[in-house]
Write a protein that binds this ligand. Structure first.
Ligand code: HSE
Length: 305
């Protein structure tokens, strides 16, 4: 039986000011998926991790994305998926996107790479939708394209890869649960024009800063006046962490996706290590369990293992 094994990376969505439109691919952690063509109709799933995710394909993020692809295929009956999740669901670093993106890239290999990356993002978004209640691509696009991506439009999809300078990310993952659907529901439906002006100026500044490798401009633009004031209330000691990290030399950062993870961008590996110590300094005193890790930007996205 033909089969393919992929590594599917974690991602950071929003990048502070770019709610639902900016995302970045991490080197680690990565999920692992083995996908085979199957003689059984539909998608069968075998989980080899401790997360107890559904094996019913219609309720499983990977399963839903694969079923969407199967809808287009007349010549194959089904897929069998062996799923090893490493990225903890609900961590805020794109666990559901890794599930959806990894399997559609694997399926594309089995089908002779007939689909474009943009088409794969489209399939994967159906999986993301059942996890978060919204069809957003800001984790899926960087997982599939690698690097930093801009979603200029969801309908029709328009994804742009953005150049960037060397960057190191330090991630703090408090072991608390924040559901993406809840973190979306607390956001206002309308915003004052003055905040919109500040936000789109920062998005333009951040994208320009990445493309021109201008670290000062990146740093100045990492400001969110729309989403962070609401979501920061869901992450204990958010501003203490943010201030300590910036004092340690981080360019800036904030909530990773919908949280609870936080991320900070740094210019060098040494600064990223100081930032990690700053995170540990704040969270070590809170009594809340947490993990930290450092990653570079992954320019490849989902890759064959
Ligand atoms: N852009 C999404 C949000 C990412 O912030 O709700 C969630 O993973």
């Amino acid at each position: 039986m033909k089969s393919v094994k992929v590594k599917s990376p974690a991602t950071v969505a929003n990048l502070v000011c770019g709610f639902d439109i900016l995302g970045l691919c991490l080197d680690n952690p990565c999920d692992e998926f083995t996908l085979s063509l199957s003689d059984e109709v539909g998608v069968t799933i075998e989980n080899i991790d401790d997360y107890d995710l559904p094996t019913d394909a219609t309720k499983n993020v990977s399963g839903v994305a694969l079923l969407k692809m199967l809808d287009q295929e007349k010549d194959i009956k089904g897929f069998h998926l062996i799923s090893k999740k490493i990225i903890k669901p609900g961590s805020g670093i794109g666990s559901s996107a890794a599930s959806a993106a990894g399997v559609v890239v694997a399926a594309n290999h089995l089908l002779g790479n007939k689909y474009s990356k943009q088409q794969l993002v489209d399939f994967a978004m159906y999986g993301e939708e059942i996890a978060s209640g919204a069809k957003h691509a800001d984790n899926i696009a960087p997982a599939i394209f690698g690097g930093i991506t801009l979603i200029r439009s969801n309908h029709p999809l328009d994804i742009i890869s953005i150049d960037y300078p060397e960057l190191f990310l330090t991630i703090l993952h408090p072991q608390i649960e924040v559901k993406t659907a809840d973190a979306r529901n607390i956001l206002p439906k309308e915003i004052p024009l003055i905040n919109a002006v500040t936000q789109w100026a920062n998005v333009a500044g951040l994208v320009t800063g990445f493309m021109q490798h201008d670290y000062d401009l990146i740093s100045r633009s990492l400001e969110d006046v729309i989403v962070e004031p609401y979501r920061s209330t869901l992450i204990p000691h958010f501003y203490e962490v943010k201030n300590a990290c910036k004092e340690s030399g981080a360019l800036g950062g904030g909530i990773s996706g919908s949280g609870p993870s936080m991320f900070m961008l740094s210019k060098t590996a040494e600064i990223a290590v100081s930032v990690e110590l700053a995170m540990k300094g704040v969270y070590g005193k809170t009594g809340i369990e947490f993990h930290t890790h450092i990653s570079k930007v992954n320019k490849n996205g989902v890759s064959l293992k």
